[in-house]
Structures are given as C-alpha cells and as structure tokens.
Design a protein around this ligand. Structure first.
Ligand code: HEM
Length: 453
C-alpha cells in the first residue's frame, strides 16, 4: 500500500492496514525520519495509525510551518500525560488562552532577567566542581541532571524552597520519566481513562508535586503581601498582570511553574551530556576550549557578561545542539485552507519536521555527522545553512527559554571545563528519543583535574 497525499503525485513508505507506519515510527523514530528523507525526498506522506501525516525536510518548509502555527496550523496535541502534569500551561494551551499566557510568561524569562539567574548557575556549578575529585568515576547523566535540577528549583522557587528542593526534584523526576515513556510509547494513543502502571506513577508524582508547589506558592504570596522583594521566577510570575490587569490564578501559577521546570531542566542537562561526550572525542576542540577559558577567565569564575566573551564555548553548545537536539521533532496540524511551499494541504494533515534529520542533512551541513564547532565561526570553513538549525523551534511558539538555556549551558560548561576534563572515552552513547533526546544508557566518565584554577 502506498500512502498518497493530495495533490496526488507524492509517494511515501508502505504501511500496514490501520496502523500505517506507526510500527516503524515507534520502533526507531530517528532512523524512520532519516529513512523517509533519504528514500522519498523533502515532502513525504506517511500515516500514523489512521492519521494522515507529512514529513517536510527543507529548512524553508520548516520555517514556513513553524511560522504558521496558531494561524494556519494547530500545535501538536501533546496528549493526556502532558496535560495531566502541565495543566493548561503555555506549552499545552492554544489560541487566545495561549496568547495571554505567553505574554505573561515571556517577560519572566527575557534576556534581561536571565542575567539575574547567571550567578546562581555559576554558584551551583562551582559547588559541583568542588565536590569532584581527580580520578573519580561518575555518571555524567546523573551529575548534569542533578546540577540543572538544583538550578531549576532555585531559580524558579528561590532559596526558600531549599527544604522542598529534594521532594520537588524527586516528584519532578518521576513525572518526567513517565512523560517521556508516554511520549514515546503507544500509550500516547490511549484515552485518558485507561490506566497503565506508568500513568498510575505519574498521577502519584503529580499529586505530591501539587502539594509541594502549593506550599511554595503560599509562602511566596505571604512574602509578597509583606512587601518582600524576591527575584525568583515564581515571584515574577506572581507579579505578572495581563492586558486587563488580572494576575495568574493559583492554578495557572502552578501550571506555569511546572512548565518552566519541565521545559528547561532536562533539555539543558542533556545538551551538556552530549557536549561532554563530543568534547572527549575531539581533542582539538577541547584544546581550543581550554585556551579560551584560560585567556578570558584565568582563575576567576565567569559572570553573565562572560557569556558573550566565550564564542568558542558558545559554538560547542551550538554544535552539540545540532548533532543531538534535545527536542527532536515538532508537529502541527493543518487547518482548513492551510498550505505549505505553495501546496494546499488537506485539513487535518499532521505535518512533521525533525530537528534530528534536518540537522544531519549533508545538503545544509557539510560533513554533517562530524562534531565541528568551527562551522559556526564567523567565516565558516564548512558549508553551513543557519536556517537549517532549529533546536528551539521557531515562529510564534518558539522556545521561551532559549536565551536562558544558552547562557546556562555556556556558563556551566565554562565553570566545569576550567577545572576538570570530563572524560567519557572515545565512544558515544546511543540516543534514546524520549521526551528529550537522552543517552539510552548511563554515561560513565573519569574526572581529570585540569591542573589550573
Ligand atoms: C537546550 C535547552 C532547550 C531546548 C532545546 C528547548 C527547545 C524547545 C522547543 C523545540 C520548543 C517548541 C518550539 C516550537 O514549537 O516551535 C520549546 C518550547 C518552550 N520552551 Fe524550550 N527548550 C530549551 C530550554 C528551555 C528553558 C530553559 C525554558 C524555560 C526557562 C524553556 C521553556 C519553554 C517554553 C515555556 C516553551 C513553550 C512556548 C510556547 O508554546 O509558546 N525551554 N522549547
């Protein structure tokens, strides 16, 4: 059976009756998208169960698709698990509700505010480096997840959450794991009333999380009422007002707090885990990193302003995000009258694009599988199409935390790399496309003190 999409000349992969290409997609979505791109081209109809789908692989189509979300395309329905955890937070909300929430949340993470969080990022990274010892074996996945989690709890809830840090982190960890399992598995298509062991665990974690967050919000409200000024994200959300002068309700505050945590912590920690592995295999890139940190920082810790003075560190992060984009696919559904690349799309078509397959396409990135941070030099030695790099999505629903994430990744890398080589050896973990593109297994590393700082 060959799937077709009006207007009719397109061909895609063969699929199963009823299931379509769902089995191949669920088995290995990364390989599936690369295969569609390589064997069928830039515009490939396929089917996800009964749903008509289309994969686009050209950067201009991706840009047009993302720009059209909330106008001619509906954003992807993220499913029951996301809604259960994130409520109607900005990632889940659509239409007018989304517009209002995005306008309320955006100022909280705008670049000027990120500056206020840089000191916390650096402080926590320095503390981690102090706890490390020369020659010790660690699991980098755990180390980075723990670090970004502590930073997320602190920047979101402030130092007052210190007591709850562990409990919130644990419940978030369980919720995040179950969310990943749901996003990847066939349960995504099960109706909400079907209970699975994973869904049961998720419900339990959300219940605990709600209790903890309710307590933190109550504390923040009391502090605000007493005129106390705080600079954490939750305090800023509490102070935010929409066009009509209305604040976020208690439920909305809870939803946005969890959204910012889920949106920002695992994405950034996996970026770092991949960066350490790529650096371990690339002595030249590592040597240039050491030289940059030595000349810009010497023996001092970085500040927010140093982010701009560390172009090579930034390029390492950029290149890691190209090869291992934490969010590896985006999908949106065509509304009536939607078109793309000049073609009319049948209403309801789910259009997909994958950061994974576009970022690894030799047409846009010369030598695409190689880790070459120099491709982001102002005068790049390799052909590089900037428009084909979209780890943060694009258009009206582009990532709200891109600046936050880039500053955090660069500062953490700078603090830790100045003090240690995180040597993961010559291998590379197998990527597991869950909620984010995680290494499938633990990533063991040997810590080696750099001998400086
Ligand atoms: C390396 C780290 C990160 C990556 C790769 C990433 C990636 C993404 C992507 C691909 C989207 C969807 C964009 C689209 O649909 O076009 C998104 C949305 C979002 N991200 Fe991030 N993100 C990261 C870090 C963060 C951080 C640190 C925060 C918060 C502090 C955050 C908050 C959000 C929010 C709130 C949205 C929803 C925006 C909306 O729907 O209007 N992200 N992110």
């Amino acid at each position: 059976m060959t799937a077709t999409l009006e207007p009719g000349t397109l061909t895609g992969p063969r699929g199963w009756p009823l299931l379509g290409n769902l089995p191949a997609f669920a088995r290995d979505p990364l390989a599936f998208f690369e295969d569609l791109r390589d064997r069928h081209g830039d515009w490939v109809p396929w089917s996800l169960g009964p749903r008509r789908a289309l994969l686009v692989s050209r950067p201009e189509h991706v840009t047009e698709l993302l720009a059209g979300v909330e106008h001619s395309f509906d954003p992807m329905d993220l499913g029951w698990a996301f809604r259960h955890l994130l409520g109607e937070g900005v990632v889940v909300a659509t239409g007018e509700d989304w517009r209002r929430k995005r306008a309320l949340v955006q100022p909280v993470v705008r670049p000027r505010q990120v500056k206020a969080y840089a000191a916390t990022m650096v402080e926590y990274a320095a503390r981690l480096a102090e706890s490390w010892e020369d020659g010790r074996r660690v699991d980098v996945l755990r180390e980075m997840a723990g670090l970004t989690q502590r930073i997320a709890v602190r920047t979101l809830f402030g130092s007052e959450a210190a007591g709850q840090e562990e409990a919130i982190g644990r419940a978030m960890g369980v919720a995040q794991r179950e969310l990943g399992a749901e996003a990847r598995g066939l349960t995504l298509f099960l109706p909400p009333w079907v209970t699975t062991p994973g869904r049961h665990r998720l419900r339990g974690a959300v219940h605990r999380l709600d209790q903890e967050i309710e307590r933190v919000i109550a504390e923040h409200r009391a502090a605000a009422a007493a005129g106390e000024e705080r600079d954490d994200l939750l305090s800023r959300l509490l102070a935010a007002r929409d066009d009509t002068g209305a604040p976020l309700s208690a439920r909305e505050l809870r939803d946005e707090a969890i959204t910012l945590y889920i949106g920002g912590h695992e994405t950034t920690s996996t970026t770092l885990v991949w960066a350490w592995q790529l650096l371990s295999r690339s002595p030249g890139a590592r040597a240039r990193l050491d030289a940059e940190l030595d000349s810009v920082l010497g023996d001092r810790l970085p500040t927010f302003e140093d982010h701009a003075r560390l172009p090579w560190t930034q390029q390492i992060v950029r290149e890691s995000l190209r090869l291992y984009p934490p969010i590896w696919l985006i999908s949106a559904t065509a509304r009536e009258g939607a078109s793309l690349g000049g073609r009319a799309l049948p209403t309801g078509t789910a259009v997909w694009c994958s950061q994974w397959s576009v970022h690894r396409d030799p047409r846009w990135f010369e030598d695409p599988l190689a880790f070459r941070p120099e491709r982001w030099d102002p005068d790049p030695p390799l052909r590089t199409v900037e428009q084909a790099w979209f780890p943060f999505g694009g258009g009206p629903r582009a990532c709200l935390g891109a600046r936050f994430a880039l500053v955090e990744a660069v500062l953490l890398l700078a603090v830790l790399a100045r003090r240690f080589h995180v040597d993961t050896g010559p291998g590379l973990a197998r990527p597991f496309p869950g909620l984010t593109l995680q290494p499938a297994d633990p990533v063991p590393a040997t810590l080696r003190r750099t001998g400086t700082a």
